[in-house]
Write a protein that binds this ligand. Structure first.
Ligand code: AMP
Length: 633
């Protein structure tokens, strides 16, 4: 048995011993008395009885050994700002932010919604929350008012932390009007809004509700706010993610399990060492930003780069210039970003000294072979694909080079990561597919390892019903992904089993987009599917039935209406959710019982065989779509 195989086997055969050992990677204020309580499956409670604090592990505990070393490196190619915060400076800023939140009335267990661009104050806010035992709920800055409102209503935050604006490609994107509109739509009204004013966009203030960050910070310059030692199982944050139904789910994470999982992943997967620099190009609004911009690198005593800007502005070498300047050793990005770079000047990669870089990790969407080969050859460094989800918080499948160096296989994120008992189930029979090279649903045998979601925020029933299946004697967690495992134990991910699509590494629920499009007064019915795209992996395609088809009678009129509908999606959900096209049809393909034939629509859009259509109500419906996407010659 190889060293890694043994490591993985131990993590599954004796999880208590395995994770007790990993738990030594972090500081505990009170030691735990039980490693894993799985008395009530599928709810796993990790490191029961232990007390710790995420912010302490990310910041305070490094003060003695590396207080003056870089902790947070902020680079904005949008506002031309660059600022390095040492651990000591970060400690001071986080305490100031914590003092402000306390002054605004935030208490342990309260939620603080963070709706921010990629600026240091966003990280201060997250760390300040976990410092005082409040839960942050970061909403991606690209989401608009309706998306934001639904998250405000679910999280019921005491305070919202926001900023006047972000900037993208040199264009200012105002946040405050969207936030004000979201609060107006939402039933829950946050008591206070803390505004970071970057001086990018003028905004109106609501008297008595809106507070100014700079003014409050000036009053708390010397703030000393101690860490609140919380139970290991105390929730640290919620993060919303899309699924089959329109309503996003609040993924709830614990404290101790998450800290241990991240610390272990920094050692065994990312191989990052204290004093080095980590560069993740994600956004704090996504799970990668939580785990591998903010918490993971800092817990490991690394400096972390927070980058606001595009990968190709001022030129396609900007990321590599940062690798050189800050001697980045570990980098994390998404295949889409690599595909964007690939279309640019190939010389960009040879302009800078990249000798510090050990590996580039890619995740969030399938890594296609041409992209993987191009970046591997251009960089001359290992490219490490890793597969996981918002729900798990850290990789499920990858190569754990920190345990034992192993080769990658193109098209595969790798093997099951320690702690994860990954299996494939037959979709029809629910039986395990033990033999290699059979396609099945990727599942994880309970309990989920430390760091994974505890539950759906305030909805245990939804957690159980959405993700878990009872198999006699045990429970398994569904990833909602199709997969195959080869004879060497390498998995290949073949796409989602549900209605979730993945646009440029951003996970979107097609139902959410459909609901938004349906709110247009002329839309009677709509189907949204994900269609393969060479740059973004997938794009959303919408097919709508109009109440008054005469409004799309000419190509010009149809185009105008399409623009109107896209604007509705932009305003409600944000440009990330905007479909690539909205096409108009007379009828949608459905089964006789009224179920939309999404897989058939998707197949037709991708010029594939739509499969068995014996249950289709009106065969001309699919033909209409075919004619639109591939008009007859
Ligand atoms: P998110 O929760 O936004 O991180 O999206 C998780 C989903 O993205 C997974 O369920 C997969 O469908 C997809 N995904 C993430 N990483 C990979 C990867 N390395 N290869 C293939 N698909 C991936």
């Amino acid at each position: 048995m190889t060293r890694y195989a043994d490591f993985h086997r131990r993590s599954i055969a004796d999880p208590d011993a395995f994770w007790a050992e990993q738990a030594r990677l972090i500081d505990w204020q009170t030691p735990f008395t039980r490693v894993c309580d799985y008395d009530e499956p599928p709810f796993a409670r990790w490191f029961v009885g232990g007390r710790t604090n995420l912010c302490h592990n990310a910041v305070d505990r490094h003060l003695e050994a590396r207080g003056d070393q870089a902790a947070l490196i902020f680079v904005s190619t949008e506002t031309q700002q660059e600022r390095v915060y040492s651990f000591r400076e970060l400690h001071a800023e986080v305490q100031r932010m914590a003092a402000i939140l306390l002054e605004l009335g935030v208490k342990k267990g309260d939620r603080v919604l963070v709706y921010m661009p990629m600026i240091p104050e966003a990280a201060f806010a997250m760390l300040a929350c976990t410092r005082i035992g409040a839960l942050h709920s970061v909403v991606f800055g690209g989401f608009a008012s309706v998306s934001l409102a639904s998250r405000i209503d679910d999280a019921e935050p005491a305070v919202v932390v926001s900023a006047d604006a972000g900037s993208r490609g040199g264009k200012v994107v105002a946040y405050k009007p969207l936030l004000d509109e979201a609060i107006q739509i939402a039933a829950h009204k946050p008591a206070r809004v803390l505004m970071v004013d970057r001086g990018l966009a003028a905004f109106s203030r609501v008297e008595g509700r809106d507070a100014d960050y700079a003014a409050l910070r000036a009053r708390h310059l010397d703030a000393g706010v101690p860490c609140e030692w919380v139970e290991s199982t105390h929730p640290s944050y919620t993060l919303y993610t899309s699924g089959t139904t329109g309503r996003p789910k609040g993924v709830q994470r614990d404290t101790g399990g998450y800290a241990v999982a991240l610390a272990a992943s920094m050692k065994h997967i990312f191989c990052g060492n204290p004093g080095e620099t980590y560069f993740s190009t994600s956004d704090i609004g996504w799970v990668v930003g939580h785990s591998y911009i903010v918490y993971g690198p800092l817990i490991a005593g690394m400096a972390t780069i927070m980058y606001e800007g595009l990968p190709i502005r001022p030129d396609a070498a900007v990321w590599w210039s940062l690798v050189e300047k800050y001697k980045v050793t570990v980098m994390f990005s998404a295949p889409t970003a690599v595909r964007v770079l690939k279309k640019q000047d190939p010389a960009a990669l040879s302009k800078h000294d990249l000798s510090s870089l050990r590996a580039l990790f890619l995740a969030g969407e399938p890594l296609d072979e041409p992209t993987a080969k191009w970046i591997a050859e251009s960089l001359g460094k290992p490219i490490i694909d890793n597969y996981w989800q918002t729900e798990t918080g850290w990789p499920i499948l990858t190569i754990c080079n920190g345990v034992e160096k192993a080769p990658s296989k193109f098209g595969s994120p790798g093997k099951a990561v320690y702690g994860y008992d990954v299996k494939l189930l037959d979709e029809q029979t629910g039986e395990e597919l033990a033999e290699p090279n059979r396609k099945g649903v990727v599942v994880i045998e309970g309990p989920l390892p430390p760091g994974c979601m505890q539950t759906v925020w305030r909805d245990d029933a939804r957690f159980v019903n959405t993700y878990w299946k009872s198999v006699p004697g045990r429970m398994v967690y569904s990833t909602f992904d199709w997969g195959i495992r080869d004879e060497d134990g390498y998995f290949f991910i073949l796409g989602r089993t549900d209605d979730v699509i993945n646009v440029a590494g951003h996970r979107l629920g097609t139902r959410e987009i459909e609901e938004s499009i349906s709110s247009h007064p002329n839309v009677a019915e709509v189907a949204v599917v994900g269609v393969a795209d060479t740059l973004k992996g997938q794009v959303a395609m919408a097919f709508a039935v109009l109440k008054d088809p005469s409004r799309a009678a000419t190509p010009e009129a149809a185009l105008k209406l399409e623009g109107e509908i896209m604007k509705v999606v932009d305003e409600q959900l944000g440009a990330v959710a905007r479909p690539a096209r909205v096409r108009f049809v007379g009828v949608l393909p459905k089964t006789r019982s009224g179920k939309l034939l999404r897989r058939a629509i998707q197949a037709v859009c991708e010029s594939r065989d739509p499969g068995d259509l014996t249950t289709i109500e009106d065969p001309t419906a699919l033909q209409q779509i075919k004619d639109l996407v591939a008009p007859p010659a």
